[in-house]
Write a protein that binds this ligand. Structure first.
Ligand code: A3P
Length: 283
């Protein structure tokens, strides 16, 4: 099991590796004062982060609570990215945040159901294929898979494993005002997901406006929307693939061999087999 110190150590290690990327935990939280109407989107990378950003931002815009901005990463910045180290204290409310943090590294004050947290999970097989294509495609897939399953990816892109992230976030539901979504449910019923997010955020939109959010959040629309689809994520941070790649359930079947798929199943059973995550179960 992870201790409180592990994420801190990981933060330090990663922020030493690439200066533009992570803030240290101390840097991030030192001047961070939570506001009751802050909203946090939390995901393990490659689980549908920019998709959910687009949905939440569209909802806030249609409610008249958010002006148009340069792009989604400026309107719903990643909390942990150094390039976003602008002063959050001067941002107008409501402030929307994105992050890939573990509960142990969230800023103080987020717990106790004070603010709203949206957590999106994606099937680990699709998550790992998406991750591989995004940042690891110039390495061997077998090597990537070993490291992914060990939670030991050397890139500074990950600072926990999918298994730890999902376990930890799904163990703190009683401490947070949290909506759990899955990428798969969003694919199967986008409108249903938009309605759920709206209700959770306490926003009332007409059916026509809900349809507008859906329209803005389809794969095809987002691929063409430069505010939602970041071609250059962070200057200086090279990716090996695009954000908007395929956007499907089950693409892992094109990549994983039967043996590799069974390996993932084995690790899933070992690490999360005792958890009731609701549907769709990732195994
Ligand atoms: P694939 O690589 O499988 O295509 P993140 O935003 O967390 O980095 O996740 C990126 C993944 O979400 C990519 O998966 C991307 O295609 C998918 N995605 C982004 N927007 C989407 C949308 N509107 N509909 C379906 N999938 C979407």
């Amino acid at each position: 099991a992870l201790t409180w110190f592990d994420p801190i150590r990981q933060w330090h290690t990663s922020s030493e590796k690439i200066d533009i990327f992570h803030l240290t935990y101390e840097q991030m939280t030192r001047n961070f004062h939570i506001r009751d109407d802050d909203v946090f989107l939390v995901t393990f990378p490659k689980s549908g982060t920019i998709w959910t950003q687009q949905i939440i931002i569209s909802i806030y815009k249609l409610c008249g609570e958010l002006e148009d901005g340069p792009n989604n990463k400026a309107q719903m910045p990643w909390l942990e990215l150094k390039q976003n180290q602008f002063d959050h204290s001067t941002r107008a409310s409501p402030r929307l945040f994105t992050c890939h943090l573990l509960p142990t590294t969230m800023p103080p004050g987020v717990t106790h159901k004070r603010v709203k947290v949206v957590y999106v999970r994606r099937n680990p097989k699709d998550n790992l294929v998406s991750s591989y294509n995004f940042v690891y495609a110039d390495h061997s897939f077998e090597d990537f898979l070993d490291k992914y399953l060990e939670g030991n990816l050397e890139s500074n892109f990950w600072f926990s494993s999918w298994f730890d992230h999902v376990r930890q976030w799904n163990s703190v539901g009683d401490q947070y005002d949290i909506l759990y979504l899955t990428y798969e449910d969003m694919i199967l019923d986008l409108k249903g997901a938009v309605v759920k997010i709206c209700e959770f955020l306490g926003k009332t939109l007409s059916d026509a406006d809900i349809n507008k959010v859906v329209q803005k959040s389809t794969f095809e629309t987002m691929k063409k929307d430069s505010k939602a689809n970041y071609i250059t994520f962070i200057p200086g941070f090279e990716t090996t693939g695009e954000f908007m790649r395929k956007g499907r359930i089950g693409d892992w079947k094109n990549k994983l061999t039967v043996a590799q798929s069974e390996r993932v199943d084995g690790v899933l059973k070992e690490k999360l087999g005792d958890m009731k995550l609701g549907r769709p179960q990732p195994w």
